[in-house]
Design a protein around this ligand. Structure first.
Ligand code: MN
Length: 421
């Protein structure tokens, strides 16, 4: 696919995350004004709430953009999603006759604050990266038993917390929790010493399903409005003590950071790719009828306070063993209803090589092999480190970018139970 040229010159530059082909959905505020909906274009955000108010965007059944979240657009359905993209594309295309009316509604990205782009209904996190599952399993149980027996048959996951999903830029405080080392007889309550990231993609569910009615993989694919970068912060020492037999709980509940822009599935269509070859046949309900994974290049950078960042991992979303559509379809097999605004984490995305590992635990092999960053070495995150995820699908001379997903880890509270008198 070729670049669609815009009269917003910065959108046509190869460095831009936001060419006209992208048009990702966000929520922004400017100074003291209330947050509103916008789409990123080049170095700007286009105020769609204003466009709809002024009649420059007319969507059947609207208004949808008079609220500071994208859930109402999502609920309106795929025809409205397509119509919205078509209208905004026409307004921003090179030579658009409406340019004079649209241009006053562009704000420089540097002048706005970005907020969570949608109300997160619920958050489920999967474990669908085979390289990650192999690495973690090998550390925990040895190479022979690395993959759990269900892994090649089910996209396994756990129900996480929507309440701690935060937008990029939100500081993340190192959590306290219950931990027990192998040499200790009893657990202790202390700040996590093995705080980590997980590089993931988040699928944003834009259409709900009915309680009691499972959806097919094909239906699931059409329900996904778009994707965000997702950092599933993880306290490995808390996880190691608490996770059996019901899976992670407080280890994963501190925070989940997402990038501020939802890249619509429509913007990624040209980048579809199939899941890797099956090692064991899947049950029919999980068959992928056509390519449902996406070729999205990903990286993680770590910057200690006062130091430049070091890219510590590079990988690709196409490494996943299960697509988001397969995960979503599996999620409904029980009859569980999915809601507009559900967020599905892919699972940590690691690749086959050491430099492709999407968590510090894998990169440092459980702390046994510290790696170098500017100004020091790391096994796990240290206080005041900033972690940045980036991702983009590569077009011919342009990219469909996600913007950055950033979080700085700030020191644990001195006493989490201290109360002001
Ligand atoms: Mn995860």
């Amino acid at each position: 696919m070729s670049l669609h040229l815009s009269w917003v010159d910065s959108a046509n530059l190869a460095r831009s995350d936001f060419p006209l082909n992208n048009l990702p959905c966000g929520v922004f505020s400017h100074g003291p004004e209330d947050p509103r909906c916008g789409m990123a274009i080049g170095d700007f955000v286009l105020d769609l709430t204003a466009l709809e108010e002024e009649g420059l965007l007319t969507l059947t059944g609207g208004p949808y953009l008079d609220v500071p979240f994208w859930n109402e657009v999502m609920e309106a359905g795929p025809d409205i999603w397509a119509d919205l993209r078509a209208q905004v594309t026409a307004h921003l295309a090179k030579g658009a006759p409406t340019r004079a009316a649209i241009e006053p509604h562009l704000l420089p990205l540097g002048a706005v604050t970005l907020h969570l782009p949608f109300l997160v209904s619920e958050y489920t996190d999967f474990y669908s990266g085979k390289h990650h599952a192999m690495n973690v399993g090998t550390m925990m149980r040895g190479a022979e038993n690395a993959l759990p027996p269900n892994w090649l048959h089910i996209p396994i996951g756990y129900n996480g917390r929507a309440s701690s999903v935060v937008v990029s830029g939100t500081p993340v405080r190192r959590p306290w929790g219950q931990v027990k080392g192998p040499d200790h007889a009893v657990p202790a309550f202390q700040p996590s010493r093995r705080f980590d990231i997980e590089l993931e993609l988040g699928a944003v569910v834009g259409q709900g399903s009915t309680l009691g009615r499972p959806v097919t993989v094909e239906e699931a694919d059409a329900m996904i409005f778009g994707f965000v970068l997702l950092n599933d912060w993880s306290a490995r020492d808390i996880q190691g003590w608490e996770y059996q037999p019901l899976g992670p709980f407080q280890a994963k509940a501190t925070a989940t950071t997402i990038s501020p822009w939802i890249v619509m599935t429509a913007a990624l269509e040209a980048h579809r790719t199939s899941t890797p070859e099956r090692e064991k046949p899947l049950l029919p309900y999980l068959h992928e009828p056509r390519p449902m994974l996406f070729d999205i290049e990903l990286e993680v950078a770590l910057a200690p306070m006062g130091q430049p960042e070091t890219v510590i991992a590079r990988t690709n979303y196409k490494e996943m063993y299960y697509s988001a559509a397969q995960q979503l379809a599996h999620h409904t097999t029980s009859g569980c209803a999915m809601n507009v605004g559900d967020l599905l984490g892919s699972g940590t995305i690691s690749g086959p090589q050491k430099g492709n590992r999407g968590s510090l635990m894998e990169l440092s092999w459980g702390g046994k092999e510290p790696f170098e960053v500017a100004g020091g070495t790391r096994s796990f995150i240290e206080d005041n480190d900033t972690l940045t995820l980036r991702g983009y699908a590569r077009g011919d001379g342009f990219k469909i970018g996600f913007g950055a997903c950033v979080g700085q880890v700030i020191p644990a509270l001195a006493d989490p139970y201290a109360r002001k008198k």
